[in-house]
Design a protein. Structure first.
Ligand SMILES: [Zn+2]
Length: 296
């Protein structure tokens, strides 16, 4: 069974995300462990953690990943934003680890005019501090560290870094705990950044780039998004599967790729006016996978 699903809402309680995922027939889901547009992290009670863990254990959801706040910038110029970003990411990692979330995905950061080299160095330095604090704090509480941190490739708008796999490799080779870090491949971002992932051999090439950037490694997660904007535009606008500039053939290759069989693949596509965007995209993906049996 491929690990396939979508980003689902946690509105009304984290454990409801599991129900929503199951209602869509997901085997993998992505959630936010806090409001992604705010710095504030409301206290996560033990009861809520337990409710989430119980719901997950009873469900057919095999993989749970989380996406970090959009405000976090590990390359921030300004000292207070930088400190705030580091603290926020440590906080989210701890929440994920308590909830049993497999991986936390984040966008590497934007250099804000300081230049690429300085930005990449600052991101790696921040990640080293974040991971050290995370491991130390969880260790003090006697909790095993299970949540992995995943760098996501970006579309490269403005001064955003991580749109070339070479940049991700630069960050990766500076890490003190590289085992705790993996990569999330976003198809829309790779396409917008100018990787011809939509062409017949494009996916294989991108997977080889990832392998050379991270050592012998597969992506730990894939974001399945078509792109509203054209190839190489460096604009990040997601489209429903087969309705954007990438087109269905990439998604057929991805969903059938033997090396990615056990990699969680989640949609971040528009829900649309009727709210059925993910349901329709999942149905299309199951068809592309050659599995027409309908989900609940
Ligand atoms: Zn993404």
């Amino acid at each position: 069974m491929p690990l396939l699903g979508a980003n689902v809402s946690v509105a009304g309680g984290m454990h409801l995300a599991i129900e929503r995922g199951e209602a869509l027939g997901c085997t993998a889901i992505q959630i936010f462990v806090k409001n992604p547009n705010q710095w504030r992290q409301k206290h996560l009670t033990d009861d809520r953690v337990e409710a989430f863990r119980v719901a997950r254990a009873k469900s057919s959801i095999e993989a749970v990943v989380a996406h970090a706040s959009y405000l976090i910038n590990l390359a921030a110029r300004d000292r207070s934003t930088l400190e705030r970003s580091r603290r926020a990411l440590v906080g989210e990692l701890i929440r994920c680890n308590r909830l049993g979330v497999d991986a936390l995905i984040f966008h590497p950061g934007a250099h804000m005019g300081r230049g690429e080299a300085a930005g990449l160095e600052r991101i790696a330095d921040s990640m080293n501090r974040v991971l050290a604090a995370f491991v130390e704090r969880e260790g003090r509480r006697g909790r095993r560290v299970e949540t992995q941190l995943l760098l996501e490739n970006t579309a490269g708008a403005g001064t955003v870094l991580g749109y070339r796999f070479g940049q991700l490799a630069e960050i990766y080779r500076r890490l003190e705990q590289p085992r705790r870090v993996g990569l999330c491949l976003d198809t829309c971002h790779a396409f917008a950044a100018g990787y011809p992932i939509h062409r017949p051999r494009g996916l294989g090439r991108v997977l080889r780039r990832i392998e050379s950037a991270l050592g012998p490694a597969e992506p730990s997660c894939v974001h399945l998004n078509d792109s509203l904007r054209p190839f190489g535009s460096r604009r990040d606008r997601h489209a429903n599967i087969g309705q954007g500039e990438i087109g269905e053939p990439l998604f057929r290759r991805l969903i059938r790729h033997p090396r990615l069989r056990r990699t969680p693949k989640v949609l971040e596509t528009p829900l649309g006016p009727d709210g059925q965007g993910h349901r329709n995209d999942l149905a299309r993906l199951r068809e592309l996978a050659g599995n027409r049996s309908s989900p609940p």
